[in-house]
Design a protein around this ligand. Structure first.
Ligand code: ADP
Ligand code: MG
Ligand code: MG
Length: 704
């Protein structure tokens, strides 16, 4: 989460009146950026990671009953870290870290103070920077507190036998920003932006968000799985129960599969809340998704064309990297039948009206919209009409050497890959095109701009469109997609950037560094060998669903492009063989036009390669590193250890964090085989996660 605006956010009924104003000025602000900066060239690779953390508090142990909670103290820690950063900057002291607010009051986000440099040697700065960040934040922890980088705090939203939050707070299903049955508003960062975002999503949607994750059916899990009604509804009269029901997206009567309770039976959650499905873990608040932690990587491209090219070629990798980083097998104290947070976070901010979701015919809403604003991308950008191969002559060590480049560089884009029926605002598209934006980029922004601004600050309505990008960013940064194309802010030294956003955070900094460095090395490898990952976006979407399944890395097959060599002259030595079914023609490999240009591959084959089938991303990265014979042995060794981690995860030799957690729970003496992750199991799990986070380097059984 970037810098927060100070001001008074408007409630939804007022904010919605300014939607057209924000959109109109947002587009003007983008056009100003474009006109001023479209010719910007030769920016260096600068890049940075974002790691999100949860602060937990342990109580008990040593014979006493164990409880572990997410603690609101994270927010106080953040304030101290921000103050320390401010003073250091003021005094001109060098610092390497920066901390930012996140959605949960129990969360922190850490980034490097400034971006990392552009050489391969700079890649070695990442892990020590992450370690230093974690250690620094830890100095502010209270007694019995720990800072952990876990995708989801396993007890988030659990209130029995005790609140998951420290200090304890009770959910208020008929009041406040979330109106959640499980999450008290005290769990939300107190900056007004976050509560307004929460309330405005709910109000725009005209119901609470509705999240149902399938439960993992273990040997003793009841079938159907129907959990008891939440304790915050204890003693609710019929009127209040009806009021709770009205907050659901569906006010229909309870599902027919559920028998009406007899007088003796306690009503179950699906009895009381129509949105709650049997055999699912039901969640009803933004916090369940935005309160999760992820790992994101942003890197600067040398030009807008290179940024667009990398945005496109990385998009098909987003589901693969999500599956390979899987770290969220537990939601609200239950083992889930998924390993990733993605669909949860997507549903947690789904502000679409019933008309937009296609449940009711369009009357008041403008578009029928197939996806939440937190979703996979729906259109490629292509490198643009003036594509010249970017700025390959940049003398960066990490960029390909000039002499190895053939004169012609291809964009590889073909309209057939954009096979999703894109919903976009035709008027905005027209305005952009009339102002010189090419069709592809115009469609991208006209698509993002089908959304309303969710948080509008009344002090920030009239802005100078030459110098501000606030209105532009308002819509841009609340389109939380798998990839983000980031134009330079006005009046700043920052260039065109791309963000890779699908990965789950890892438990240790060795792993977080490895995943981040992998993405950066992949960008260098794509550019260096002119790799082509284009494939139908509808298949990328299917891969996003497949990638979240339990143990997807081991068991699933993903559609992926078979022939990724876009240009014979740039194909690295040792990768001579054309993959099966792919033939050469005069202009290079012809597979891009063949019907069967995609194959069904495991993550292992995509990452590690298989002779005669697919070259593998890691062998290609190694070939890229081999282009730099002067690289110090120590650098190579460390980079190799990062690649080795991903390679072994992909092949299943070592588990993902999700699988590791499942094994931990299953082996715990207090686990009863009923899918319930209780306090004592969670306590021990979080203790172990804390130890792992504090361990530098590799951990046997997880990363070694
Ligand atoms: P977000 O927009 O995702 O909230 P930011 O853009 O503020 O986040 O930062 C994301 C990452 O980008 C950080 O790690 C930061 O260090 C890094 N970063 C900052 N400046 C640049 C730059 N010029 N090029 C690439 N990355 C940068
Ligand atoms: Mg963040
Ligand atoms: Mg980010």
């Amino acid at each position: 989460m970037g810098l927060l605006t100070v001001g008074t956010p408007l409630p939804w009924d007022d904010a919605r009146k300014h939607a057209d104003h924000v959109r109109a000025h947002g587009i003007r602000q983008f056009l100003n950026i474009w006109n001023n900066l479209k010719h910007r060239r030769r920016d260096k690779l600068l890049w940075g990671d974002e790691i999100e953390y949860v602060v937990v508090a342990f109580e008990g142990g040593n014979g006493a009953e164990k409880t572990v909670k997410a603690t609101a103290n994270a927010y106080e820690i953040l304030l101290k870290l921000e103050e320390r950063e401010r003073l250091a900057v003021q005094a001109g002291e060098p610092i390497s870290w920066s901390f930012k607010p996140e959605y949960g009051r129990y969360m922190l986000e850490g980034t490097p103070a400034g971006p990392y440099g552009s050489t391969l040697d700079h890649l070695l700065d990442v892990e020590p920077n992450m370690v230093a960040r974690r250690k620094l934040a830890a100095t502010y922890l209270g007694k019995n507190e720990a800072l952990v980088s876990i995708t989801n705090f396993p007890l988030l939203g659990v209130n029995v036998p005790t609140s998951f939050l420290e200090p304890s707070a009770t959910p208020t299903p008929l009041d406040g920003a979330s109106k959640s049955l499980f999450i008290p508003d005290a769990a939300i960062n107190p900056h007004p932006r976050f509560r307004t975002l929460t309330a405005n999503i709910r109000e725009r949607r005209e119901s609470k968000v509705s999240i149902n994750v399938p439960i993992f059916k273990d040997v003793n899990t009841p079938s159907p799985f129907l959990e008891p009604a939440p304790t915050c509804m204890d003693g609710f009269c019929e009127d209040r129960k009806s009021a709770v029901r009205r907050e659901s997206q569906s006010s229909r009567t309870p599902p027919s599969t559920v028998q009406p309770p007899t007088r003796q039976q306690t009503p179950t959650l699906p009895d009381l809340v129509p949105d709650a499905k049997p055999d699912h873990i039901y969640m009803d608040a933004m916090c369940f998704g935005m309160g999760c932690c992820c790992l994101q990587v942003t890197f600067q491209a040398c030009s807008v064309e290179e940024a667009r090219k990398l945005y496109d070629h990385l998009a098909p990798l987003t589901p693969i990297m999500m599956a390979l980083s899987a770290g969220a097998p537990i939601f609200r104290g239950y083992l889930a039948d998924v390993d990733c947070r993605w669909n949860v976070i997507s549903a947690s901010v789904d502000d679409r009206t019933k008309e937009e979701r296609g449940i009711e015919p369009l009357e008041k809403s403008r578009f029928k919209i197939p996806k939440s604003r937190y979703a996979s991308i729906s259109t490629y950008l292509s490198p643009g009409p003036n594509y010249s191969g970017g700025c390959m002559s940049d003398p960066d060590v990490a960029s390909p050497s000039v002499s190895s480049l053939p004169p012609a560089v291809q964009s590889h884009f073909d309209e057939k890959y954009n096979d999703i029926d894109l919903v976009y605002d035709k008027d905005i598209h027209k305005e952009l095109v009339e102002n010189g934006i090419d069709d592809m980029l115009a469609r991208h922004y006209a698509h993002l701009y089908i959304r309303d601004p969710l948080v509008v600050f009344c002090e920030k309505l009239d802005l100078n469109d030459e110098t501000s990008s606030d209105h532009f960013e308002n819509i841009q940064s609340t389109n939380w997609q798998t990839m983000r194309f980031k134009p330079p802010p006005p009046l700043s030294p920052i260039g065109w950037r791309v963000e890779f956003r699908s990965m789950e955070v890892q438990l240790s900094d060795f792993e977080n560094a490895a995943y981040s460095v992998f993405i950066v090395l992949l960008t260098r490898t794509i550019l260096s060998f002119d790799l082509n990952f284009y494939m139908a976006l509808s298949k990328v979407d299917e891969n996003m669903e497949i990638g979240q399944k339990r143990d997807a890395v081991l068991n699933e097959r993903f559609k992926f492009r078979k022939n990724i060599f876009g240009n014979d002259a740039r194909r690295p030595a040792g990768f001579e063989e054309a993959p099966a079914g792919v033939h050469m023609n005069d202009s290079g490999y012809a597979s891009s036009d063949a019907e069967d240009y995609m194959g069904d591959f495991s993550v292992d084959v995509i990452i590690n390669g298989k002779t005669g089938v697919f070259p593998g991303l890691i062998p290609l990265i190694r070939a890229y590193l081999a282009l730099h014979p002067s690289l110090p042995l120590q650098t190579l060794k460390i980079l190799d250890s990062y690649l080795d981690l991903l390679s072994r995860r992909a092949s299943g030799k070592i588990p993902t964090a999700a699988r590791w957690m499942r094994n931990f729970v299953a082996a715990h003496p207090d686990y009863k085989g009923d899918s319930v992750v209780g306090q004592s199991v969670a306590w021990d799990l979080m203790k172990r996660v804390d130890e792992i986070g504090k361990t530098e380097g590799r951990i046997p059984g997880l990363s070694l």
